[in-house]
Write a protein that binds this ligand. Sequence first.
Ligand code: NAP
Length: 222
Amino acid sequence: MKIAILGGTGPQGQGLALRFASAGVPVVLGSRDAQRAAEIAAELNAQLALPESLIEGQDNLGAVAAANEIVMLAVPYSAHDATLRSIKPLLGGKILVDLVVPLMEGDPKRVAMPVEGSATEAAQALLGEEIPVVGALHNVSAATLKHLEKAINCDILVCGNDLEAKNKVIELIKQLDVQAYNAGPAESARCIEAITPILIRLNISKAVPFTHAGIRIWAPGS
Ligand SMILES: NC(=O)c1ccc[n+]([C@@H]2O[C@H](COP(=O)([O-])OP(=O)(O)OC[C@H]3O[C@@H](n4cnc5c(N)ncnc54)[C@H](OP(=O)(O)O)[C@@H]3O)[C@@H](O)[C@H]2O)c1
């Protein structure tokens, strides 16, 4: 299954592309600039040095068209709605995976949640019920994703109103050797998206001895 990552030229998109390609999943990076996407795809393929180049680059519309079913949105929050509006006509029969965190402009330690409640819910409202939106991958850092020699250090919380779409995304994410949990309906994204600025706050704090923290669901005795 070939997936698209829009805004895939950024750190988060590149990290995800590396991880998915390493797991054997073909990826199309989307960009506003097809040439830039193709160049970054070539760099990532060179870094992976797999027998077959599994990452390609196109403009955002071309990437959506090339994806079999799953399209990930990895643009800044300021570009969230406009990007969705531009790709909406091509999303029929596909699943939109929204990993955008509505960080406050100029202060990544705070969120500015949209009136719909979360970016995931805003995406669902904008795209309409025929196009399932799944929120995921908000709490894993690009730095973690890019360090391929290390296992991903966190669990992935997945939410959305369409169970079938959510289960498909969970199965896809599990190919990255992580736990992915059904965290409930799209409304759960209000909590999941809002955790990220707390992680960023901890990561830049001098009072804690780590960076690139994630969250993990822990069960006593397990
Ligand atoms: N970085 C992380 O560790 C992390 C962790 C969790 C979640 N996230 C979320 O993942 C998303 C991507 O994060 P990132 O750090 O990779 O972001 P980024 O570098 O700021 O942006 C990603 C890409 O989005 C495109 N873009 C930028 N401005 C745009 C605009 N006005 N209109 C359309 N496209 C635009 C650019 O690609 P082109 O110029 O090639 O079009 C850029 O390379 C964000 O929403 C963030 O909240 C990030």
